[in-house]
Design a binder for this molecule. Sequence first.
Ligand SMILES: Cc1cc2nc3c(=O)[nH]c(=O)nc-3n(C[C@H](O)[C@H](O)[C@H](O)COP(=O)(O)OP(=O)(O)OC[C@H]3O[C@@H](n4cnc5c(N)ncnc54)[C@H](O)[C@@H]3O)c2cc1C
Length: 384
Amino acid sequence: MTDVTAEIAIVGGGLAGLTAAVALARTGQSIVLLAPDRPADRRTTALLGESVAFIRSLGVFDAVATQSQPLRGIRVIDATGRLLRAPEVLFDAAELGLDAFGQNVPNEPLLAALEHEAARLGVVRLTATATAIEAGPDAIVIAGPEGTTVAARLCVGADGRKSSVRAAAGIGLREGRNTGQAAVVGTFEHALPHNDISTEFHTPNGPFTLVPLPGNRSALVWVTTTGEADYLRALPPAAIAEAVERQASSFLGAMTSIGPTQAFPLATATATRLVGERIALIGEAAHVLPPIAAQGFNLTLRDIAALARLVSGAPDAGAPDILAAYGREREADLGVRAIAVSLLNRSLLTAFLPAHAARNLGLAVLDAVPQLRRAVMRHGLGAT
Ligand SMILES: Cc1cc2nc3c(=O)[nH]c(=O)nc-3n(C[C@H](O)[C@H](O)[C@H](O)COP(=O)(O)OP(=O)(O)OC[C@H]3O[C@@H](n4cnc5c(N)ncnc54)[C@H](O)[C@@H]3O)c2cc1C
């Protein structure tokens, strides 16, 4: 027996699922969201370009505005310690005539604001894990071990890297090389101002980035080996603050740790298709990228904007023509960005001189040629 019927069922209650719930509910479709209770998320998300306007259009930005900080500059520093050192490059939003590239928003209040807005828009939230998903010609039925059953015309898979929805649709995963990296995240207070500039040190183990937050505070994203990440996570607050200050060559002065850190194993993977029968994939169920050049959730927002545009006013949100259009549109954008991020990460990691030299040359050219620097900035902001 079916407990709940809705036009669209969303599986997953992370950033992707909750944002989709709000965006799709605003199209007038009835929405049910299935997800277990979410754990604490101590990350922040750099929302770039159109992403801030999109989150604002969903009516949730005001709730997080005072906890967010504009990103007016992005500085890339070669800290690889290799013989050939790349020059330091500063990407300045003013060079594009912009006030800022975007905003750095803490995930926890963003998730809470999305949950609040979804509830206000009448999204039905079921605390459940989808274990069985079966598509038929007219509807898709999703069931959980708790005995809950949901029938919908469209199932949106927002259930992360190990997506059950993707598996149920028989969609494969193209996995990138396992680089054995993890990202340690946390918030730090520092003695000197960040001047709204995100600073990225490229180390042999991955990028070490401090992203501005309000006041003299920054969010840490320290990509390193899983072994070093485990070591850093186990450090007491004073010791991790000291390690971060040392790694940052004290450019922000003395550091103090605010709250606990968390570690996230990194991966690169892309679903071989983004759609199946009555199924559309979004977020990490569709694409997993390392946190380099802040592309992950920004890509997800473009998935959601495309889906919302296509299902708006549709009598059947899971109809084959809607899904085919979604797949075509998103697969093209995704291909370009996944390749760019993965190449950047690999060129940072490799000790192979020509690749490394090519990257140095790339940064040197970026440093010297403003037109090229502007083109790269526009691409990073989502232009194709
Ligand atoms: C360290 C780090 C920093 C990042 N920084 C940035 C950034 O600055 N800018 C940017 O754009 N992106 C960034 N990203 C990427 C961004 O965080 C992700 O794209 C985003 O969190 C994707 O979330 P998601 O909702 O797709 O997946 P998840 O957050 O993994 O959520 C999946 C959800 O599905 C639920 N679920 C799983 N299985 C089931 C099931 N069977 N049934 C029901 N529910 C299920 C889970 O409980 C969870 O709620 C970063 C990522 C990392 C790791």
